[in-house]
Design a protein around this ligand. Structure first.
Ligand code: ZN
Length: 421
């Protein structure tokens, strides 16, 4: 009898738990769903327990009581939230403010490109973004035998890393060993295109998810080779994450960098560190040399834009990230800057948004789960005050975000960030 009651009560609790509605309504909004090339106007979106359960024509006199509230989307645009595909998580003590800077800018997915073991222990709260975690990077200094690699990949898989980051590799033999283990343990590789392997072989390895920083292209002198590399990347499902902003800053005078949006939210120690580097650079160089450096950096940046244009026009696959790890790279805020750099490669606003909202989920085969606005998806969302298809700078016009099913006004996130400072 006692057991019967326990089962009954347990059953009741789970039933109540599951049935408890936590609905949020965003009404009369314009939607850019991203998985289909359409713009849907005057829609109501119902999100229940984080899952989009209804997309319907706007109803004027809906009397349902939505537990998590009702957001007026009139004149506003709803898009899936942004994924930073090349993030560098900060020191543990700065993680909370780092996350809030990202949320404030609509970034709710972070693919960490420089794994550390404590990343696996990051506790989940209602404000935790989606994390795609790399294992600690492999470099050319690592001599890795077949049995080393077996143990390494097995451990990384067991520990819960999502992929193995490659910075460089010792030689072709090591690369082959890593590729074989990556296949066997179903743990993909991503990262730099190793210069001793080259972009053709990196693409054809079959396990490389993405090449960062447009790596591999600078080694190709002939245009035909560039086209071949792009073709191979398309055929083998390899994405390119250009991280233009990391390279952009090299052509900009320091005073302009100091005034970048969001700098005031960064940890003081980081700014001091950058300023030290700038000071010693100024100590070692003359104004003429610095001007020459900036103009060289501009030329090499323009080559990057040209390669990105080739990739785009040939139908290559793109991810988006500012790689905010260099001097005056600002996480969160940088995602908008990166989108603005993409326009310099003549990429359409729609495809820029797609690279920022959707492509990472597609690369990870999660496009039915997040990165889109469709029924059944558990996507985080951004409500914008202006349409980014008209002007990509409108991605900065954030009214609020939907994170884990809950709506947060931008002002709320800003207050929370200021508390952490
Ligand atoms: Zn990086």
């Amino acid at each position: 009898m006692k057991r019967y009651f326990t089962v009954l009560i347990f059953g009741l609790i789970t039933t109540l738990g599951i049935c408890q509605e936590k609905r949020l309504l965003i009404e009369n909004v314009t939607i850019i769903p991203m998985h289909i090339n359409q713009v849907l106007e005057n829609k109501d979106v119902v999100i229940n327990n984080g899952i989009i359960t209804e997309l319907r024509e706007h109803i004027e006199n809906d009397t349902i009581d939505y537990e998590l509230g009702r957001i007026d989307g009139t004149g506003k645009v709803l898009i899936p939230s942004f994924a930073d595909a090349h993030a560098h998580l900060p020191e543990r003590e700065n993680l909370d403010s780092y996350i809030l800077i990202n949320l404030l800018n609509g970034v709710t997915t972070l693919r960490s490109m420089r794994g550390e073991s404590w990343h696996l222990d990051i506790e989940k709260s209602e404000f935790t973004p989606k994390l795609v975690l790399s294992a600690p990077p492999i470099t050319r200094r690592d001599s890795i035998s077949k049995s080393d690699a077996e143990k390494l990949f097995e451990n990384y898989k067991k520990q819960g890393y999502d992929f193995v980051k490659i910075l460089s590799v010792k030689d072709v033999n090591t690369f082959d060993i890593l590729v074989a283990q990556s296949k066997e343990k179903s743990l993909p590789l991503a990262g730099h295109c190793p210069s001793n392997i080259g972009i053709f072989n990196t693409c054809q390895s079959g396990v490389f998810e993405s090449i960062e920083h447009l790596g591999g292209f600078f080694q190709l002198p002939e245009k035909d080779d560039i086209h071949k590399a792009i073709e191979l990347s398309i055929y083998n499902d390899v994405y390119h994450c250009p991280t233009l902003d990391w390279y952009f800053t090299g052509q900009v005078v320091e005073d302009t960098l100091r005034n970048r949006k969001g700098v005031g939210f960064l940890p003081k120690e980081r700014i001091e560190d950058w300023e030290k580097k700038i000071n010693s650079y100024y100590f070692e160089t003359t104004e003429e040399q610095r001007a020459l450096d900036r103009s060289k950096n501009k030329t090499s940046f323009d080559t990057r834009l040209k390669n990105l244009r080739y990739i785009y026009h040939q139908g290559g696959k793109l991810l988006l990230s500012p790689d905010a790890s260099g001097i005056y790279g600002v996480p969160g805020f940088g995602i908008h800057t990166e989108m603005q750099h993409f326009t310099m490669a003549n990429i359409s606003n729609y495809d820029i948004l797609k690279a920022a909202c959707y492509n990472l989920s597609k690369m990870l085969n999660k496009e039915n789960e997040w990165g889109t606005i469709k029924v059944g998806a558990k996507s985080d969302l951004i409500l914008l005050n202006a349409n980014p298809l008209e002007n990509i700078q409108n991605t900065e016009q954030i009214d609020g975000i939907v994170l884990n099913g809950q709506f947060y006004k931008k002002e709320f996130l800003l207050d929370k960030l200021n508390e952490k400072r």
